[in-house]
Design a protein around this ligand. Sequence first.
Ligand SMILES: Cc1cc2nc3c(=O)[nH]c(=O)nc-3n(C[C@H](O)[C@H](O)[C@H](O)COP(=O)(O)OP(=O)(O)OC[C@H]3O[C@@H](n4cnc5c(N)ncnc54)[C@H](O)[C@@H]3O)c2cc1C
Length: 381
Amino acid sequence: MTVSHWQRAEQQERKVDFLVVGAGLAGCSAAYFAKELHKREVVITEARDVALGASGRNAGFMISGLDTYYHRAIEEYGHDVAREVWGMSLLSFSHWRSFIDSGPIDVPLDDCGSLLLAETQAEAQELELAARALDADKIDIEYYSRDPLQRGYHAAIEQPLDAGVQPYLLVKSIMAQCGAELIANNEMYRLEQEGDCVRVYTRKFIFKAQYVLLCTNAFSPLIDPYFIGKVAPTRAQCLVTEPIDHVPVPYCGYSDYGYMYYRSTFDGRFLLGGGRQHFREDEGDTTEDRVNPKVQAYLDDYLRKYFPDVKAPVAHRWSGIMGFSCDGLPLVGTLPGRPRIGFAVGFTGHGLALAGATVERAVDKLITGRHAGAVDASRLS
Ligand SMILES: Cc1cc2nc3c(=O)[nH]c(=O)nc-3n(C[C@H](O)[C@H](O)[C@H](O)COP(=O)(O)OP(=O)(O)OC[C@H]3O[C@@H](n4cnc5c(N)ncnc54)[C@H](O)[C@@H]3O)c2cc1C
């Protein structure tokens, strides 16, 4: 984005203490921690409005852990990191629950647990290894060597502490409680640190901020070249049916290594998402909010194959853009040579699992310089 000479006449200079860019799940909860724990005056600038990005479009699965099976996470990141990140999801859930309990908005939450299902025998073997690793770390799960749903899956892991939430209302509720001023329809297009102050150019204001935290997830590579190659926009798509008279999966259900996901909505419909793994060229590296008929046709076929009892027609289809990090873990840090500009991005399809604990660390790192542990971006260097 740019601003023309004519439009510039309307821009006002404004001093702020702590400026958050992006009013999604990450930005609104970061604002809360900056205000509550660090006593900062916080303003959020948002290109559109609250929760219009991935945060208001996701499936609402609060599923512990990362986007890979637990034994694979141990292999890839090491045991300490895998355990630490698992703990971060439990902490994030407790943050979401506190917001839901104390907020002014009624946010539907279903303590239904999650069910991770295997679509093939090979995936079933992976699930068994994951279950053993989870058991060894005394994480509360149940392993099924058969399909508990009797729908043609091969094995399953149930995680009883997981839940399904109405994600859009959750973010609205956090926004209402975070104590920050929101400036919507105010895209940021440039930022630069000058001494201890950051100049942030937005459509309506030129801010002079003490601290800036970028919570811009998939859009981060458009903001600063630092993020190119570190955060990749990745499109995800869902559909929801007309109301049905039964609950096909009484859990947050997911399968095919997490690529497919399904649940009942709070208004009695069936939600199905995923399919992008078969159309990577179309769905990767795009910030375009558009449904792809090929992905939607795949979802239709999947619905017919695994849920033939769901006969109601599809009522609505949508897409959203996720920010995938280059190594699968969220990224927390400050921009090189610009220690007053922090970031908490790259939730890799797991913002509801990890954003709460991650942004808490991001705010702390920006203000105190403390290392952010497993999610600290210094690991990339
Ligand atoms: C279809 C779909 C299903 C998903 N399902 C799940 C799930 O079940 N469970 C789960 O944990 N995760 C899921 N995710 C991922 C989850 O939604 C994200 O991890 C999470 O919402 C990330 O939150 P965020 O605040 O970082 O990003 P966003 O919600 O995308 O917020 C970023 C905000 O920054 C704003 N912004 C960007 N650039 C600028 C700028 N220059 N100036 C001002 N503002 C700017 C954007 O407008 C946006 O509002 C899903 C995602 C999608 C799309």
